[in-house]
Design a protein around this ligand. Structure first.
Ligand SMILES: C[S@@+](CC[C@H](N)C(=O)[O-])C[C@H]1O[C@@H](n2cnc3c(N)ncnc32)[C@H](O)[C@@H]1O
Length: 279
């Protein structure tokens, strides 16, 4: 049962109130909105993959940015209420059958891969950060399969001992990689977002920025996008506005500790998929 402090925080949470007013399914919408605006992540024609999309507020944000040529596919372990213009898949990203399904839905690849995936937290710091880092590691692996050259990735990570290595790996795959912490991430949360822009795959950064092969060369940053900023030393907390916080363990979406994990769908269960009409 949520404690009094949690209830009080929610009652006074401006992002929650705003989400209700603006018809977003969760306050998480404002995390993506802030980052997407600052870094010009999503263009009207973008093909976007949203991993860990339930209850769907990031899909809503993306959909509002897209024009008729854009595409958004949302994937989650949990069922998601239909969202107009969004293709939804229920399944576990670690399941190869789900990965194949994603490939078949967008064989040309994605311009942007988003991941707000969060493991069920145990309250044991190193276990939670390790599982979160595993998910982000998988997303980085899958960029090779799904992300177009020059594409962008944004992935939530629970910051822990594994994080500097993840960020370092992202730097070998993207022209720019940095840590961002949006305003809507609660100060007590230990989540940060790893942003990579200008995907070039597993080559050295120097090689990638010097060479300009035809398809495959990193796309220049969009006009008007925030310039890449220097990353502080490994282990220090970095955010675009210099906001610093010391954070304690929280649930996956800044909420209270999560309830016991719901049963995971069988990896071979049929996937619910397709463009849905609003209920
Ligand atoms: C914080 S929520 C995402 C909130 C979402 N971005 C929004 O705006 O509504 C994290 C989600 O990640 C999902 N998730 C965690 N592990 C996953 C996996 N292996 N495959 C698919 N989804 C996963 C969880 O089911 C959960 O719904």
């Amino acid at each position: 049962m949520p404690d009094r402090h949690w209830i009080r925080r929610r009652l006074h949470d401006p992002f929650l109130k705003k989400a209700h007013r603006e018809d977003f399914r969760s306050r998480a919408a404002y995390k993506l909105q802030e980052i997407a605006e600052k870094y010009k992540l999503i263009q009207s024609h973008s093909k976007v993959l949203d991993l860990g999309c339930a209850p769907g507020s990031w899909c809503q944000v993306v959909r509002r940015c897209l024009g008729p040529k854009g595409l958004v596919i949302g994937v989650d372990l949990l069922p998601v209420e239909p969202i107009d213009g969004v293709t939804l898949l229920q399944g576990d990203l670690t399941d190869p059958a789900v990965q194949d399904r994603i490939t078949s839905l967008c064989p040309g690849g994605f311009d942007v891969i988003l991941s707000d995936m969060a493991p069920h937290t145990t309250g044991i710091h190193h276990a939670d950060t390790e599982r979160s880092a595993e998910l982000v590691g998988l997303v980085l692996d899958l960029c090779a399969r799904w992300l177009k050259p020059g594409g962008a990735m944004l992935a939530k990570v629970f910051e822990g001992a594994e994080y500097p290595a993840l960020r370092q790996r992202a730097r070998t795959l993207f022209r720019f990689a940095k840590t961002v912490t949006p305003e809507a991430s609660l100060a007590r949360s230990r989540e940060v977002y790893l942003l990579g822009q200008g995907y070039h795959g597993p080559t050295s950064r120097a090689t990638a920025s010097q060479a300009h092969p035809q398809p495959g060369s990193p796309r220049p940053a969009s006009p008007g996008a925030a310039p890449p900023e220097a990353e502080p030393a490994a282990g220090t907390r970095a955010n675009p506005d210099g906001r610093l916080s010391s954070r304690s363990a929280t649930g996956p979406d800044d909420g209270p500790p999560p309830p016991p994990a719901p049963p995971r769908p069988s990896p071979i269960a049929p996937l619910r998929m397709g463009k849905r009409k609003k209920a």
